[in-house]
Ligand binder design. Structure first.
Ligand code: NAD
Ligand code: MG
Length: 393
């Protein structure tokens, strides 16, 4: 049966890769809704190509502009805007599959709405799980939703996990691989001077700006440890991080009998996306087959927590539990944006997150409101700290 898709965040990097896979399989997939924030022109192009029933944007002015351009081109796509419109397309009876690819905390409520509505959710928006892991996973369980990870590491782990029916899975550890980003070997004392352009230049992956900076600080891997904890129900001390600069092994699972299962492939998000979209079937993703003879060498090393303090901060937040990881996430979002706007230096990202975690009291994440309050408080605290920092030269 054809799957009908709501793609949240269609104009981003994951959005592009998802639509590339959709276009390869018109019999399998059709698009119910596409959503963007401000990039109206790109959304118009996507609507003309994929003819969704609904398109959602961030504000009224963008909606008006998109609507005018769509009508001029003869499109019947209905345009709406704002946070409630995102929730509406995520839970609509007209779709069965929701690809959650909005970046940051803005993705939480629509992703959660899809979970409540029992959808098949393909989750790229790791921030949603980092903020509200227990609430999210409980919602998935209660509604019977199916949650499939798109993040390449978690998709790899999912592929390497014991199959249904094993009485005793025997999983000892998850090993998340990390490329180490663009600054893996850079002299640490020079990191204060790096620019947004340098930080966004990832050696192996082409991604949105926020996750690119997170990869450069390795906060991304820290968020992924938290994500893995909730997805696979393992404590933080059974989730290892291993630097693997080639990004060919996307992650591994180690077992009690000494086996280690790994998923390999060229670094291209269309592989995990195609896997999750067609699971349990396998379909063509457009990604070239891996040529190991050409890769020739796979290297591994331990992460350097001094060079990458954000990784240690995320591990600490996970160990503390409660709203600490929502606080970490919000402070990081504010700090990354300030770095991208050249308001603070690269090393001030970790300093800001650390200071916010120290300044705010942790509490149990008993409800979504409590999580959203923690998120707002962390944003206020981060802005205050950033206001007190000098503008980089
Ligand atoms: P991106 O910046 O390229 O795209 C983000 C999308 O979200 C865009 O469509 C944008 O319009 C939309 N958006 C941004 N702010 C919004 C808001 N306030 N309200 C509604 N929509 C908003 O980001 P990306 O690289 O595609 O990443 C998306 C998510 O997937 C992130 O959570 C990221 O961590 C995760 N992820 C990305 C990759 C990758 O390779 N890009 C890999 C793994 C996980
Ligand atoms: Mg990842």
């Amino acid at each position: 049966m054809q799957k009908r898709i709501t793609l949240l965040g269609s104009t981003g990097s994951i959005g592009d890769s998802t639509l590339d896979v959709v276009a390869r399989h018109p019999q399998r997939f059709s698009v119910y809704a596409l959503t963007a924030h401000r990039n109206g022109d790109k959304l118009v192009d996507q609507c003309l190509r994929f003819a969704p029933e609904v398109a959602v944007v961030g504000d009224a002015a963008t909606a008006q502009d998109v609507e005018r351009k769509l009508r001029a081109a003869g499109s019947k796509t209905v345009v709406s805007y704002g946070p409630q419109a995102l929730i509406d397309v995520a839970k609509s009876d007209a779709c069965d599959t929701v690809v959650a690819a909005i970046v940051g905390a803005a993705g939480l409520e629509p992703s959660l709405a899809a979970a409540k509505a029992g959808k098949r959710i393909l989750l790229a928006n790791k921030e949603a799980l980092v903020m509200s892991g227990d609430i999210f996973m409980d919602t998935v369980r209660d509604s019977g939703a199916v949650l499939l990870p798109l993040d390449s590491e978690h998709n790899a782990v999912f592929q390497c996990m014991p199959r249904d029916g094993a009485q005793h899975g025997g999983v000892t550890k998850i090993i998340l691989t990390a490329s180490g980003g663009p600054f893996r070997t850079r002299e640490p004392s020079t990191l204060v001077d790096v620019t947004p352009e340098q930080a966004c230049k990832h050696p192996n992956w082409s991604m949105g700006r926020k996750i690119s900076v997170d990869s450069a600080t390795m906060m991304n891997k820290g968020l992924e440890v938290i994500e893995a904890h909730y997805l696979f129900d393992l404590p933080g001390d059974r989730i290892d991080v291993l630097i693997h600069p080639q990004s060919v092994i996307h992650s591994m699972v180690s077992y009690a009998d000494g086996s280690v299962l790994a998923q390999l492939g060229n670094p291209d998000m269309r592989t995990p996306i195609a896997h999750a979209m067609s699971f349990p079937d396998r379909i063509d993703s457009g990604v070239a087959q891996l040529d190991l003879a050409q890769v020739a060498t796979l290297n591994f090393e331990k992460p350097d927590y001094e060079r990458f303090p954000c990784l240690a901060l995320a591990m600490k937040a996970l160990a503390e539990g409660g709203v600490a990881s929502a606080t970490l996430n919000a402070a990081n979002e504010v700090a990354v944006e300030a770095f991208l706007n050249r308001r603070i230096g690269f090393m001030a990202i970790a300093q800001t997150v650390d200071a916010v975690l120290n300044a705010l009291q942790n509490r149990s994440a008993t409800s979504l409101d409590v999580v959203l309050e923690a998120d707002a408080a962390a944003r206020r605290a981060a802005h205050k700290i950033i206001d007190s920092l000098p503008v980089p030269a």
